[in-house]
Design a binder for this molecule. Structure first.
Ligand code: AMP
Length: 223
């Protein structure tokens, strides 16, 4: 299966993709991860991309198109992949060129704005290793403020504070609008809605396992 996962920051797409890909025996291809790997390997493209990532700007489409195309040709993508995620129509088209193309489904996570804000502002990140915790969903470290993995300090990133989160969500919406239209017009777009009725009693949010099951059920219908 060739899948694209779409959704705003905080929608859970990366978490769901990383759990679903192994269950389907396909690769999880995260554009952010590919870029970080290229930057760490100090390849010419990686170094160029790093200049944008450092300041939180999207990496230009021309660089992204090459990076995505190369990654999707790797052997672990032979049985399929979950791409998480193209930023715009130009990147979606680059994926389509590589596959000539049959993206089977573009799954779009639809989550209410207040839930996204609550999730993102509750994030705490390890300054040292990048491990993510969440005060809302109770993904907490054993010792308050200290990373379980490396002992680093947990911080509230500036771009996870409410004003910055609202800006990030608005930027996403603007960027994603035409891409959603692109997939909808191809008949590939499937929306996965966050529903209050899926929140278990006594919890504040839908646990990832429940969403993963919901997504797998939808995917089985398309197989
Ligand atoms: P992420 O890991 O998804 O939060 O992405 C980290 C950074 O990588 C972003 O702030 C962008 O600079 C860059 N990036 C990730 N994916 C893309 C993409 N599809 N297009 C352009 N830039 C991207």
């Amino acid at each position: 299966m060739k899948l694209v996962f779409l959704g705003p920051p905080g929608s859970g797409k990366g978490t769901y993709a990383s759990r679903i890909a192994p269950k389907l025996g396909i690769a999880h291809v995260s554009t952010g991860d590919i870029l970080r790997e290229a930057a760490a390997a100090k390849t010419p493209i990686g170094l160029k991309a790093d200049e944008y990532m450092k300041v939180g700007k999207p990496v230009p489409d021309k660089i992204m198109a090459d990076i995505i195309k190369n990654r999707l040709k790797a052997s672990d993508c032979i049985n399929g992949f979950i791409l998480d995620c193209p930023y715009n129509v130009a990147q979606a088209q680059a994926v389509d060129v590589v596959n000539r193309t049959r993206i089977d489904i573009a799954l779009n996570m639809v989550v209410p704005q207040n839930v996204l804000i609550a999730r993102l502002t509750a994030r705490r990140v390890c300054q040292k290793c990048g491990e993510i915790y969440n005060l809302r969903t109770k993904i907490l470290p054993k010792v308050e403020g200290i990373c379980d993995k490396c002992g680093g300090l947990l911080i509230h990133r500036e771009d996870d504070k409410e004003a910055a989160v609202k800006v990030r969500l608005a930027i996403y919406e603007e960027r994603a609008r035409l891409m959603l239209k692109y997939y909808a017009e191809k008949g590939k777009l499937v929306n996965i809605e966050w529903k209050k009725t899926d929140v278990p009693p006594g919890e504040v949010d839908i646990p990832p396992d429940i969403m993963v099951e919901k997504i797998l059920k939808i995917l089985r219908k398309f197989k």
